[in-house]
Design a protein around this ligand. Structure first.
Ligand code: SAM
Length: 192
């Protein structure tokens, strides 16, 4: 008793403003060059730093998160927000871009549900649409994901895997942190 659920933990965390800082400039630059801009699904959207940047660029954005607090903050920006578990969420339409920023961990206990989600994503991306996967930089994870997509989701082809350095000051801290990230972009092609 008294143990907070994962959603409640995130709700408390999001009492602080803008916990993860701004959307990465590299992500924003990538989104800018997609034309015309259509629909974007942000899975595990948090407080919406990426969803808001995408909406400002002209995408029609849907944001999903288990945190009610995060989704309320996102809705306050006029974005369609859904409170749900992304691993149980039924994708209700096809999207041009699907974004997973700091949500996929590839730990052995997570891999089965993550694979089901990747399958659903493969089925719900527009032709030539993009899956954007941002994770903490870790060679082994990148290699795992690269091999997994080649084998199990052949229509989603890796276009690039770029290194990003993100400098930010976490809440309740005065010191800057440096986060090293991997930005993987998969594009959907017809399977030949
Ligand atoms: C590290 S934060 C990243 C938030 C956001 N993507 C960003 O980069 O600012 C992880 C987010 O994933 C959400 N999350 C974790 N597991 C989830 C799940 N199973 N379903 C929906 N959201 C989940 C958490 O609530 C949290 O908002």
């Amino acid at each position: 008793m008294g143990t907070k659920s994962k959603a409640e933990e995130w709700d408390s965390f999001y009492q602080s403003h803008n916990v993860f800082g701004k959307a990465y400039p590299e992500l924003v630059e990538f989104l800018k060059q997609i034309n015309p801009k259509k629909s974007l699904l942000d899975l595990g959207a948090g407080q919406g730093r990426d969803a808001i940047a995408a909406q400002q660029l002209g995408f029609e954005v849907t944001a999903v998160d288990i945190s009610k607090e995060g989704i309320q903050q996102i809705r306050a920006n006029g974005i369609r927000g859904v409170v749900d578990d992304i691993f149980n969420y039924t994708l209700d339409q096809n999207y041009q871009v699907i974004l997973l920023d700091a949500v996929i961990h590839c730990q052995p206990e997570d891999q089965e549900e993550e694979k089901k989600l990747f399958k659903a994503i493969e089925e719900h991306l527009h032709q030539e649409g993009y899956l954007l996967l941002l994770t903490h930089q870790w060679d082994m994870r990148e290699k795992y994901l690269e091999d997994l997509f080649k084998k199990q989701y052949p229509t989603l082809r890796l276009q690039f895997n770029n290194y990003i350095e993100h400098i930010f000051t976490p809440p309740q801290s005065e010191e800057e942190s440096i986060m090293e990230l991997s930005f993987m972009c998969f594009q959907k092609h017809k399977n030949q």
